[in-house]
Design a protein around this ligand. Structure first.
Ligand code: AP5
Ligand code: MG
Ligand code: ZN
Length: 213
């Protein structure tokens, strides 16, 4: 099964993608996590991506597409995957569709996690992320067992550099300009499934499980 997660920054794409990945036994592929891992490891790709990410801008398509296509060509993706944060532009979606068509494959579902802008800013300021394993928490809604420490791997949790309030506003603007048109794109293909992302994370997952069934 091949699934795409759509939604504004902070809508809960990552939270839900991890639960879907676990339920269906497929990898969770997040371009944001791949970039953050590269930044943490001091790679050239990381340095390049950081310039854009810290401003809330998209990393250029040329860079992003190559990384994603390399990742989904790996063996663990053979039975499917859940993409989180890709595609983010119409050209990215077109490149992905073309690559899949060549192998007689296609995306099965595009799941849109719908959360209004008002809720987003609150969520981001409370988010704490693990840059080692990609786990995310929220100081009020989803607190880690021990403050500031990742439940999964024991690393220190941080406020992401791009979760500062000014940057979140930019990310929202970029989302509306460049990513939201993908909702129409997948609607026209007949594979769009929208769920209310404002409810409790378990209830969001329940709604997603129902549309994937
Ligand atoms: P990326 O890492 O993809 O960030 P994003 O899309 O901005 O999304 P987030 O990860 O911030 O939010 P999310 O929807 O995953 O929410 P989460 O589950 O954490 O991208 C970062 C940057 O990388 C981009 O800005 C861009 O520069 C670059 N980039 C990445 N991909 C790219 C691409 N394809 N092309 C170009 N550039 C690219 O949840 C948010 C918070 O809310 C958490 O604290 C969580 O615990 C909490 N929460 C989740 N669900 C609920 C709920 N139901 N109720 C209450 N709280 C909840
Ligand atoms: Mg995420
Ligand atoms: Zn961790």
């Amino acid at each position: 099964m091949k699934i795409i997660m759509l939604g504004a920054p902070g809508a809960g794409k990552g939270t839900q993608a991890k639960m879907i990945a676990q339920r269906y036994g497929i990898p969770h592929v997040s371009t944001g996590d791949i970039f953050r891992a590269n930044i943490k490891n001091g790679t050239k790709l990381g340095a390049e991506a950081k310039q854009y990410m810290d401003q809330g801008l998209l990393v250029p398509d040329e860079l992003t597409v190559k990384i994603l296509l390399d990742r989904v060509a790996q063996e663990d993706c053979a039975k499917g995957y859940v993409l989180d944060g890709f595609p983010r532009t119409i050209p990215q979606a077109q490149v992905l569709d073309e690559a899949l068509e060549k192998q007689n494959e296609k995306i099965d579902y595009a799941v849109n996690v719908d959360v209004p802008d008002e809720n987003i800013v609150k969520r981001m300021s409370g988010r704490r992320a693990c840059l080692k394993c990609g786990a995310t928490f929220h100081i009020e809604h989803i607190p880690p067992k021990q403050e500031g420490i990742c439940d999964s791997c024991g690393s220190q949790l941080v406020l992401r550099d791009d979760d500062r309030q000014e940057t979140v506003q930019n990310r929202l603007k970029v989302y509306h300009d460049q990513t939201q048109p993908l909702i129409d794109y997948y609607e026209k293909k007949g594979i769009l499934k929208s769920v209310d992302g404002t409810v409790d994370m378990q209830d969001v997952f329940h709604a997603i499980s129902n549309v994937l069934a």
